[in-house]
Write a new protein. Structure first.
Length: 402
């Protein structure tokens, strides 16, 4: 029954959007949503048959809500008003400069904004985007000098499949004979090779930093960190079944970090015009990608001169798995001493102060400090969010390859 109700509601919303297009063709005033003013922003949607429409997103007031994971602050729903033509609208105070996602709740069903072409994919969800201009978001817009983003297929003998990754080349790469440094930029759990370029605005950030002379022109490689996937699930390619007897193949196992060094880096250094020395290699990643960053740099000390784990640390405690923690920390200490011995140029650790992994990041900070590994611990307000990860890329990219 719920399936049919959803279909009917979706049909009504589609009918409203289709009627809007006919109206536009006939010369009627088009619907603008979102409409950003100096101090306010207005959202609109045509839903003449709906009984209630609400707005919810990363900018709506937070309310305390009980969830299966405990009490959490979640965005509230803001009621919208309907006029005589079936157009629903609401005007709110312009949020602080940031990239937000939002949706409409039409008679209880979440609907994207049909009048907004700016959308992004978050795993299996597609969401409408509100980008508020300001100093913080200046590098999230298109630069005048733009690089290229390519979808690249490569062989991964380590994972026994041909896989896809995204490769950004900076403005001027095609016409230059220079060799470029490379940033290997890793996503988190639930993401894929498209995450950093879509939600992270990585290409726009690098384009702007390079154009302004704040960052060195670099290639940025964004692979798929899910070792059972050939590529993002949007391609509908079958995944390898999870083998519980082979933890190395899991998301937090060692096979994917091994494939970075044995498969991905050699392919990039063979295919692209790069400086194939440790001083021109950087590795960075968020959350699960932060774990991959830490693991890869410790498995292959001296391979990357620039190491940037984001929203991740060591010594995570889940459930009752504390029995071997002392041994684990001793193993980490030995590995970090080897990293120090092999040498590196720059270690950048970043985490939000309300991130659920903040304690693990502090443990990593202490491990580095106690063992004399020079590093930066960049702490920001906020939690495990893309708003922080975009800031981190903006912050550490200018410090690479100096």
């Amino acid at each position: 029954m719920k399936k049919y109700i959803f279909s009917i509601i979706a049909l009504f919303v589609f009918a409203g959007a289709f009627a809007q297009e006919i109206g536009n063709f006939m010369g009627r005033q088009p619907i603008v949503s979102p409409e950003i003013g100096d101090k306010n922003v207005t959202f609109r949607i045509s839903a003449p048959y709906a009984e209630s429409v609400e707005l919810t997103g990363g900018f709506t007031p937070l309310v305390k809500t009980e969830t299966p994971f405990g009490s959490m602050d979640v965005p509230s729903n803001v009621p919208m008003a309907k006029n005589g033509d079936g157009l629903w609208s609401v005007t709110i105070e312009l949020p602080e400069p940031e990239l937000y996602t939002y949706s409409f709740i039409v008679d209880g069903v979440s609907i994207n904004d049909p009048n907004n072409i700016f959308m992004q994919r978050d795993g299996t969800r597609y969401l409408s985007v509100l980008l508020v201009p300001g100093e913080l978001t200046a590098n999230y817009y298109e630069a005048n000098q733009r690089g290229n983003l390519n979808q690249v297929w490569y062989d991964s003998p380590t994972l026994e499949m041909t896989r896809r990754m995204f490769v950004y080349t900076p403005y001027g790469y095609a016409d230059s004979k220079d060799k470029y440094p490379v940033l290997y930029l890793l996503h988190g759990a639930g993401g894929d090779e498209d995450a950093w370029s879509t939600m992270g605005r990585a290409c726009q950030i690098l384009d702007n930093l390079i154009e302004k002379g704040l960052a060195k022109p670099m290639i940025c490689v964004m692979p798929n960190g899910n070792p059972t996937q050939v590529a993002a699930r949007t391609l509908m390619i079958d995944e390898k079944p999870v083998d519980p007897t082979n933890p190395a193949m899991g998301m937090m196992g060692n096979l994917y970090p091994e494939s970075i060094v044995k498969d991905i880096v050699p392919f990039i250094e063979k295919t692209y015009r790069v400086d194939a020395r440790p001083k021109s290699r950087a590795i960075a990643g968020l959350s699960m990608g932060g774990y991959h960053t830490i693991t890869t740099s410790l498995m292959y000390p001296g391979f990357f001169d620039y190491i940037c784990p984001l929203s991740m640390g060591i010594g995570m405690r889940f459930g009752n798995n504390d029995d071997n923690m002392d041994e684990e920390m001793k193993a980490y200490e030995k590995q970090f001493k080897e990293l120090k011995k092999k040498g590196y140029k720059f270690y950048f650790l970043a985490c939000g102060d309300t991130d659920f992994l903040f304690e693990s990041a502090k443990t990593l900070d202490k491990m580095l400090t106690d063992n004399g590994l020079k590093h930066t611990f960049h702490v920001t307000p906020g939690g495990h969010t893309w708003s922080n990860w975009r800031i981190y890329l903006n912050t550490f990219a200018p410090l690479l390859f100096k």
